[in-house]
Design a protein around this ligand. Structure first.
Ligand code: FAD
Length: 443
């Protein structure tokens, strides 16, 4: 069995490892156009901010370790074509400049996403960056030397993580967001405001409702960001305005795209082309709450899709269970988490949803360091079926999002949540945890 994997980060490497484990006789080759594989891109802001010492710390396994596990890794090799009828891929070796044809029995396309670069950001100017991979991280790090002012464009989770990272490095930071608030794709408006307030407390100037119109430069380096409300001086500009799935190779193989614009697969991660699988950020999945197709490019999803694809490519039978839209991030002293749908998203889908808000402390109020936590729990008005949860509070406290995520997976109701025997001791929660209080109010 010859298994070829395109893309060597989360989905690709999970698939390669699983395939080898399932069928130790399989010949597994991973082609990666970059110079590194098997690393945690999620850690990049923390290296830049100084919480993690070195970029190399993010690497889970080196190519040599992977080869020791029987996985062939070909770095700086870009797969440029697929002939699904002949079951071959065309591979261009960047160093040698050679093009070769490689046969496969099963092919996984795990090519991830790329950062969206608006027209004004399509430039080679020094100091203008996106953040997707290790080279981007190193380039930002290099740009920070001698820099005093940074401008982050985009107030999503990566923009907000970078705001904290660059403040930690002592820069003056302005965050520009076109939408009326930050964290717009994740939270309802009231919760977005809490996030903005925290970022402002951290010393970042946040300008919402502000679109970038262009960049100014001198000597090949960016010097200012031009907006409708005037120019802003900047030595470094981080563009974090969204991502777009890398679907070209899958399309070249004959795979279909779904409604979301990402690659369409079945629960076995098979595309419509026999022998061709897709997994990770380039692939859409099914939302278990709405039963709709979604494109939610996240780390666990990518790893799990890769694992499923790996088992199936090696002759097993695994299924991807779908997602419930769980996400979490930290900015300054605040943890932000959500699962399922927000009230606004439920409304857009035509669901009659009811939300309750609970404001309390993350553990017993009389115990030291009790801090505020805000929870919004959303359910279907008539049935009480849980639709979603949003939490903001101290970083550790919002991980309780997982309790609701578990119930969302099982199409649970507010009453099911209320009846749970959750852990209690004063340093961890109130005797009635905030989630139980919220469920009780909804029930
Ligand atoms: P990728 O990691 O994008 O890997 C795809 C690989 O394919 C790339 O290395 C690319 O070079 C290679 N490739 C593409 N085309 C070809 C080709 N034709 N030939 C050869 N190679 C090719 N997720 C979370 O859940 N939580 C977080 O906190 C979080 N934080 C993040 C922070 C940052 C800054 C970033 C960038 C991402 C973050 N993510 C987070 C997202 C998470 O990193 C991704 O979901 C995950 O890396 C996706 O893995 P993947 O294998 O699908 O794609």
């Amino acid at each position: 069995m010859r298994i070829v994997v395109v893309g060597g980060v989360a989905a690709g490497m999970s698939a390669a490892s699983r395939a080898r484990r399932h069928d130790p006789g399989a010949q597994v080759t991973v082609f990666e156009r970059g110079s590194e594989v098997s690393y945690g891109a999620c850690g990049l802001p923390y290296v830049i901010g100084g919480d993690v010492e070195r970029f190399e710390d993010l690497i889970a396994r080196t190519p040599a370790q992977l080869r020791g596990r029987g996985i062939g890794v070909r770095l700086r090799h870009e797969v440029t074509g697929v002939d699904a009828a002949a079951r071959t891929v065309t591979v261009q070796g960047r160093a040698a400049g050679r093009t070769v044809t490689e046969p496969y029995d099963r092919l996984l396309i795990a090519t991830g996403v790329r950062a969206v670069r608006p027209e004004w950001a399509q430039t080679d100017l020094g100091g203008v960056h996106v953040l997707r991979d290790l080279p981007d991280g190193r380039a930002i790090q290099a740009s920070l030397r001698g820099a005093r002012r940074a401008c982050i464009v985009g107030g999503g989770n990566i923009g907000l993580e970078m705001a904290e990272a660059l403040r930690s490095r002592g820069l003056e930071v302005t965050l520009l967001e076109q939408a009326p608030e930050v964290a717009g794709r994740m939270l309802d408006r009231e919760y977005q405001r809490r996030v903005r307030a925290e970022v402002e407390r951290g010393g970042v100037e946040v300008r919402c409702g502000t679109a970038v119109e262009g960049l100014g430069s001198r000597g090949g380096r960016v010097t200012e960001v031009q907006t409708g409300s005037g120019p802003l001086r900047a030595d470094v500009v981080i563009v974090a305005v969204g991502v777009q799935p890398n679907t070209e190779l899958a399309q070249a193989a004959g795979a279909a795209l779904g409604q979301t614009g990402a690659v369409a697969v079945n629960a076995r991660q098979e595309t419509r082309v026999e022998g061709v699988y897709a997994a990770g950020d380039n692939t859409e999945s099914t939302h278990r709450v709405t039963r709709r197709k979604v494109h939610l490019p996240l780390g666990l999803t990518a790893n799990r899709m890769g694992r499923v694809a790996g088992v199936n490519m090696a002759g097993g039978d695994a299924r991807f269970p779908g997602v419930v839209g769980t996400a979490i991030f930290k900015t300054f002293g605040l943890g932000v988490a959500r699962s399922g749908l927000t009230q606004a998203e439920a409304g857009e889908l035509g669901l009659d949803a009811l939300s309750v808000d609970v404001e309390s402390t993350d553990h017993a109020g009389y115990y030291k360091d009790a801090a505020p936590i805000h929870v919004r729990l959303t359910a279907e008005r008539a049935s009480g079926r849980l639709l979603g949860v949003q939490l903001v509070g101290q970083p550790g406290s919002v991980k309780r999002v997982d309790v609701v995520a578990a119930l969302l997976h099982r199409r649970g109701h507010a009453q099911d949540l209320f009846e749970l025997d959750l852990a209690y001791a004063p340093p961890f929660s109130g005797v009635w945890d905030v989630l139980l209080v919220a469920a009780d109010r909804l029930g």
